[in-house]
Design a protein around this ligand. Sequence first.
Ligand code: CU
Length: 376
Amino acid sequence: MAFAVILVAIVIISVLFHFLSPWQATPLASNWGSIDTTITITLVITGIFFVAIVLFMAYCVYKYQVIPGRRSEYKPENKKLEWWLISITTLAICGLLAPGLVVYNDFVHVPPNAVEFEAVGEQWRWSYRLPGDDKKFGRTSVRLMDDRNSFGIDPDDKAGQDDILVAGNQMHLLVNQPTKVLLRSKDVLHDFYVPEFRAKMDLVPGQVTYFWFTPTVPGTFDILCAEYCGIGHYNMRGQVVVDKAQDYEEWLSQQITFADVLTGGTVEGLVEQGQRLAASRGCLACHSIDGGPSLGPGWLNLSGSEESLIDGSKVLVDADYLIESIVDPAVKLVAGYPPVMVAYEFSDEQLDSLVAYIDSLSSDDLSQPSTQPTED
Ligand SMILES: [Cu+2]
């Protein structure tokens, strides 16, 4: 009897939790209301089955409890009951599968007026490319990837010259513009997910995957990696900023093309070089620059401070210490952080630029005024 009561209580609490829970989906900001409908259909069908099966169990536990002297009946087959069960289950499974197939068909059939952008994932950051005026992406190859060409664009392909390479982890999109996103991974499986758009797709090394959506609400939305991809996975965040036309054009005019990068048209100082390097080599996945929590020591006001090491000693953070920590991170381990950083290989010039960038994030550093990263 007690077990039957517990089963009924589980049903009541589950249903109440579903309706009263504060963890509901965020407001929809794309055209994919049909994905919400599919999820609702799935929840209703599985919900009805859950309630019916658990209540039936409770009924049986109560009705058929052990009574001395009562014997169970032997009924090897019940054709009528079997047909009922097969029919209802078949209908329910069709109801679960069919709407998903219809919506997925829409999801991968891109409308002809869609514009394209590319999102590239790697441990543990996002970067983005636009096709430029010719609306065609340049060819890419993993063999061509290096610090200056992190997308691996073929310099001999004319279509790649005007490709726009977005600096930083923020991508801007035009509101109400159907948009196709092409996805590439440089290392392991990742997954591009913007919860407000309801849309997500895996990034598979060696393949280009895609889907489309129309952002319908201006604003800033987080891009999450929704496929576990290593220790920095939780921090693999990007942002989509959905702009109205004027803001979008203004942002677009500030971006650089692949040709600019090739010709060194954007002459950058040591700090800017370090900032680009830190972003392109994934340093910022584990080192915050805004004082927020991170997997490794944050870089805000790091230079000139004192760090406590795991052996209890202290060390002054200067250029020598920073360089040593980059090329041989196991030598001096800072207390309170897991020893997960691997050794990095950089040229002397690159190391100097990284140190200059870290220095520039310290407020008492007077030699590099106004070089804070302009992230908004
Ligand atoms: Cu990832």
